[in-house]
Design a binder for this molecule. Structure first.
Ligand SMILES: Cc1cc2nc3c(=O)[nH]c(=O)nc-3n(C[C@H](O)[C@H](O)[C@H](O)COP(=O)(O)OP(=O)(O)OC[C@H]3O[C@@H](n4cnc5c(N)ncnc54)[C@H](O)[C@@H]3O)c2cc1C
Length: 284
């Protein structure tokens, strides 16, 4: 379908973006890669009278690795993540997750900022950002503020971001230990039926710390603290795995849709989390 008519703007700096957002209020929306927003507009699920393209705003495409901190500009694409050698060494879970998003064409356009700001429970990066305990930087008329990824998601397509704010960067500490991003999808290029992000640290053969998050199993990404607690202090044996899966199942709340009924989704979530923990542990 063809979207309803809209005005298109391409400001050269963030001040221009913010002034357009202020001028048009609810009627304006920023666009990054456009690979979530444009399909929604074409399906007429989103009407955007004033579309503000971020592509000419400078300073939003950098990947900075300084000491123990990693900072990704909002316009960093999934392809940039995959191609960045230093990032792949420092935070390999990002590359592993990005490679499982859609297909190369979407990954060349889709940005990390758009993926996390979108609020779609099917997006993969929000769950990963729970796992990494990332912080999002937002800019608005009152200046800049930081929000923890774990506090950002409120419901499907509802986030802590105000309509007149733009997400500019994502930061997190250099991840420690073994990692895995496991995703079950119906076919190549599909969104997850269930996905799990795991970072795990091994000390003297035991799990000393772990972070676990799940994708597309509730209307927000799920950070499962209880699943992590079930593993800490164990040698990640079968009993610990089972306990972690049981704890995670207590945190998710999937709904039936064309990816399957609730019981199936819970089953897949358990299988995917077990695989992710085992693979992360084998790399720890
Ligand atoms: C065929 C297909 C398959 C896909 N499969 C997957 C998949 O498996 N996993 C997955 O995670 N994604 C998938 N996607 C989505 C893709 O990764 C998107 O590109 C991504 O979700 C959004 O990024 P974008 O830069 O395109 O954002 P846009 O489409 O430009 O924007 C998305 C939303 O975020 C807002 N927004 C964008 N940038 C900002 C910002 N900096 N600050 C504030 N708000 C902002 C926009 O206003 C809009 O509401 C798929 C897309 C397609 C077309």
């Amino acid at each position: 379908m063809i979207p309803v008519e809209f005005d298109y703007y391409r400001p050269k700096d963030m001040a221009g973006v913010l002034s357009l957002l202020e001028e048009h209020g609810d009627d304006a929306r920023v666009m990054a890669g456009g690979h979530s927003l444009i399909p929604m507009m074409k399906l007429r699920m989103a009407g955007v009278p004033h579309l503000i393209d971020l592509q000419d705003v400078g300073g939003l495409s950098d990947i900075e690795i300084t000491g123990d901190t990693i900072k990704l500009g909002a316009l960093v694409t999934q392809a940039d993540i995959i191609d960045h050698v230093e990032l792949a060494k420092t935070a390999p879970i990002l590359r592993e997750a990005a490679l499982q998003i859609a297909d190369p064409q979407v990954r060349y356009m889709g940005t990390i900022g758009g993926n996390v700001a979108n609020g779609d429970p099917g997006n993969d990066m929000p769950g990963l950002m729970q796992c990494l305990d990332a912080t999002f930087t937002l800019i608005g008329p009152d200046g800049e503020r930081q929000v923890a990824a774990r506090d950002f998601y409120e419901a499907a397509y509802m986030t802590d971001r105000e309509d007149d704010e733009v997400l500019t960067a994502i930061s997190f500490a250099r991840p420690q230990g073994g990692y895995a991003y496991e995703k079950q999808k119906r076919k190549i290029g599909d969104y997850a039926t269930a996905a799990a992000a795991v970072q795990i640290v091994k000390q003297d053969g035991k799990c000393s710390s772990v972070s676990i998050a799940m994708t597309n199993l509730s209307d927000t990404p799920i950070y499962s603290e209880d699943a992590g607690e079930a593993l800490v202090g164990t040698s990640v044996d079968k009993a610990a795995l089972k306990a972690a899966v049981a704890a995670m199942l207590g945190d998710i709340d999937p709904s039936e849709d064309n990816r399957g009924p609730v019981a199936f989704k819970k089953h897949v979530a358990g299988v995917i989390l077990s695989r992710a923990i085992e693979r992360a542990w084998s790399r720890a």
